[in-house]
Ligand binder design. Structure first.
Ligand SMILES: Cc1cc2nc3c(=O)[nH]c(=O)nc-3n(C[C@H](O)[C@H](O)[C@H](O)COP(=O)(O)OP(=O)(O)OC[C@H]3O[C@@H](n4cnc5c(N)ncnc54)[C@H](O)[C@@H]3O)c2cc1C
Length: 198
């Protein structure tokens, strides 16, 4: 799992403050964006600034990440590029120690490679790839979209690999914009689940 912050709108809070100034026909400070935009729910002002990340994660996490409808994605093509073993594969520790699982994955990637070498289109052979296959993507979201994404995937009920991705995104955003992201946390106070384990 890798997460890299590629781009953040320069002077993000000042840009959002400029937008908020329209509401009241007077200059608004970045501190007001935090007070009213983040803490009081005037969320649209946060949609003017964007953060872009490069992520390497499993196809399993990709499937979950793309459920967040306000994020924008560009993903490695399983038709236009091959996946290689062992570099492009990872899986939870709970199955790493099972020799039969490891053997199964090795064989699967070998058959995938053999099929492509024998002329089967890469896009067809890709149907064999397991969910632990690592993919690469670039994802962009406005600050509001990230604020809505993070609590759901920081939650202990989220899948561990996806939680790692979310924690890293939060760490990087909180470093750049601590006023907005440092206090983002799980929605435990309103949660209706009876236990944290999934
Ligand atoms: C722990 C966990 C377990 C999960 N398990 C499953 C599962 O078993 N099966 C499954 O299918 N999914 C599962 N999901 C995915 C979940 O159902 C959501 O699809 C995903 O978290 C995206 O979040 P979201 O739908 O709240 O909104 P996003 O797409 O991130 O959008 C953000 C917000 O915009 C608003 N919004 C966006 N689109 C609409 C819309 N069409 N109508 C109204 N409001 C909208 C909502 O307020 C929403 O919260 C799980 C998620 C988590 C965190």
């Amino acid at each position: 799992m890798k997460v890299e912050l590629i781009h953040l709108t320069p002077n993000a809070l000042a840009l959002c403050a400029g937008a908020m100034s329209k509401c009241y026909d007077k200059n608004v400070s970045p501190a007001s964006v935090v007070k009213y935009g983040v803490q009081s729910g005037h969320f649209s002002v946060l949609e003017h600034a964007h953060a872009t990340f490069d992520i390497e994660c499993s196809l399993a996490v990709l499937g979950q990440l793309t459920r967040h409808r306000h994020l924008s994605f560009t993903v490695k093509s399983s038709r236009g590029a091959m996946s290689h073993y062992p570099g492009d594969y990872d899986c939870p520790r709970s199955i790493q120690s099972h020799p039969s699982a490891t053997k199964h994955i090795e064989q699967t990637f070998q058959i995938y490679k053999d099929l492509i070498q024998s002329g089967v289109p890469t896009e067809d052979a890709a149907y064999l790839l397991p969910k632990g296959t690592i993919t690469k993507l670039r994802v962009t979201g406005n600050l509001r979209a990230w604020l809505e994404y993070l609590p759901k995937r920081l939650c202990l009920r989220a899948m561990p690999e996806h939680r790692e991705v979310a924690n890293e995104i939060k760490r990087l955003l909180a470093f750049e914009l601590p006023e907005v992201f440092a206090n983002v946390t799980t929605p435990c106070d309103t949660c209706k689940e009876t236990k944290c384990e999934f």
